[in-house]
Design a protein around this ligand. Structure first.
Ligand code: SF4
Length: 505
């Protein structure tokens, strides 16, 4: 048998972005807002590791620093010192639309007729190509390939309105008017943190695809506000988790306090079920329940649907561990660890080369021989996307002494691409779209393979849900039932392959 090779976790999906906003009392110290945002982004770094940025404002001037890299690599004392002001926004990015280059890093900061505007975006517009085309036809120059720049320019756009299909934005009015006008036109996923000279805005799209929550800070007796993609960032800051923004909610925070409005567009809620399955941090809370708790539920439902005759349940660390615990509790089979994971592998690393590959260099996981020797093992993983890592993992377990490996997946087969903010392979690359379960089992070399059903996944997500908001979850990547109409062919739905003007030769 060829030695197992595990260069990295290439079968994981990538979250699009994390965003944050903070509004501190005006008497806070210079740099406090930027530092607060730094620590919020630090907690959100799992949502994007390619670039990071912070824009701040003191009520007069705006300040910006952004660069490629992890949050801790992008910021230091020297480049944060000039980020004055008591309010600001931050962003950590993984590219979905637009390539991974500094020009696409966020926040975007532009000067508009209405004053400075900075925008941080998490999500993906499904009509970005059409909106970009309209902006270009209107004479607006664009510098990047990101749909987030399209959003920024649309928020700045004054028009005359009327029946002209290219004149679709509000003629004048407030930032709220322009945000509402943008929401009338935009399709798809967008959580926004918006900075103007006077205020901070937080916006969640009417479907509520991506998460966004509000927290309160006690700033030496005065109240401060924090927005973040996930509540784990609020915990890092010692902020009180107030609530999630409702789908379609527009929140403004300024010197007079907190104001909430709703978009004119109303849609059925469609919170991304994959946030629970894999993307979000386990200590984050959505819909009144921690992600960790939901992942345990996914494992429990999986054990009921797909039992196995085994001695040990293990999870693929770290995201699958809660589901493995849930499987173990429900099945009565003991849980233990089966792999040791090297947690210091970043997104870029040195490839082992052919010689080391042949030696079976496993950069990310090693089997725990003492736990596996002579055991029939249930290996719980959260998903199989391309199918190029489950096989090496099964092989590692066998090399570690397992006498049988039963693979259990705590979500249904991924069969459709995502156009709502997750970097997803094409259908041709998704193994679940191109092979039946038995063929996948044979390919990965498992003794048995079973997935959680769609009904089981949704039941596990809603079993202990506690929220005042209506329930509804997107499952398009599993079912093909897209909550938004996709007007373009799949391969033209994103801006990814479209070069920015200066890229053209
Ligand atoms: S298609 Fe999948 S990954 Fe994308 S928003 Fe829907 S559930 Fe989430």
């Amino acid at each position: 048998m060829a030695p197992a090779v595990w260069p990295m976790d290439t079968d994981r999906l990538e979250e699009a972005c994390g965003i944050a906003g903070v509004f501190l009392p005006s008497r806070s110290q210079a740099g406090d807002a930027a530092r607060t945002l730094f620590f919020a982004l630090y907690a959100l770094n799992h949502r994007g590791q390619e670039s990071a940025g912070i824009a701040t404002c003191d009520g007069q001037q705006t300040y910006l620093h952004k660069d490629m890299g992890l949050v801790a690599q992008v910021f230091n004392e020297a480049n944060m010192a000039p980020l004055h002001g008591h309010f600001g926004i931050g962003h950590t990015r993984y590219s979905t639309t637009g390539s991974s280059i500094l020009r696409n890093a966020q926040p975007y900061l532009i000067e508009t007729f209405h004053g400075p505007l900075a925008v941080a975006h998490n999500g993906n517009l499904t009509n970005a190509v059409q909106l970009r085309r309209e902006l270009l036809q209107r004479g607006v120059g664009l510098t990047s390939t990101s749909d987030s720049e399209v959003i920024t320019q649309m928020l700045a756009m004054p028009t005359v309105g009327g029946s002209n299909p290219l004149a679709l934005w509000m003629p004048t009015g407030s930032w709220e008017d322009r945000i509402s006008a943008f929401m009338d036109r935009a399709l798809g996923a967008y959580c926004l943190a918006i900075l103007t000279r006077e205020a901070l805005y937080a916006v969640r799209d009417p479907w509520g695809f991506r998460p966004l929550c509000l927290g309160e800070l006690d700033w030496e007796g005065e109240k401060g506000y924090v927005f973040a993609s996930e509540s784990c960032a609020l915990g890092t800051l010692g902020a009180r988790h107030v609530r999630e923004l409702a789908p379609g909610e527009i929140v403004r925070v300024d010197a007079s306090g907190f104001h909430s409005n709703r978009s004119r567009r109303q849609e059925a809620p469609n919170f991304c079920s994959f946030e629970y399955v894999y993307f979000a941090r386990p200590d984050s809370m959505f819909e009144g329940q921690t992600v960790h708790h939901v992942r345990q539920n996914l494992g429990r439902y999986l054990a009921r649907e797909a039992p196995a005759d085994a001695d040990l349940v293990i999870g693929v660390p770290d995201s699958s561990t809660p589901a493995a615990i849930g499987y173990a509790v429900e099945s009565g089979i003991p849980f233990s660890e089966g792999f040791t994971k090297n947690r210091y592998i970043g997104r870029t690393f040195i490839q082992p080369g052919d010689h080391l590959r042949k030696m079976g260099v496993s950069l990310k996981y090693n089997p725990l021989y003492s736990n596996l020797e002579g055991k029939r093992v249930v290996m719980v993983d959260d998903s199989i996307v391309r199918g190029n890592t489950a096989g090496p993992l099964v092989q590692l377990l066998r090399e570690g002494g397992a006498t049988a490996v039963h693979v259990r997946i705590s979500s249904p087969p991924v069969r459709w691409p995502c156009f709502m903010g997750i970097d997803m392979p094409t259908r041709a690359e998704l193994i679940g779209a191109n092979a039946e379960v038995e063929a996948i089992r044979a390919q990965i070399g498992a003794d048995s393979l079973a997935y959680l059903s769609l009904e089981g996944m949704l039941a596990a997500i809603t079993a202990d849900r506690r929220s005042r908001l209506p329930s509804g979850h997107c499952h398009a990547c599993f079912s093909g039932a897209y909550p938004v109409e996709l007007k373009e062919p799949f391969d033209e739905l994103t801006l990814t392959a479209r070069p920015a003007p200066s890229d053209r030769t």
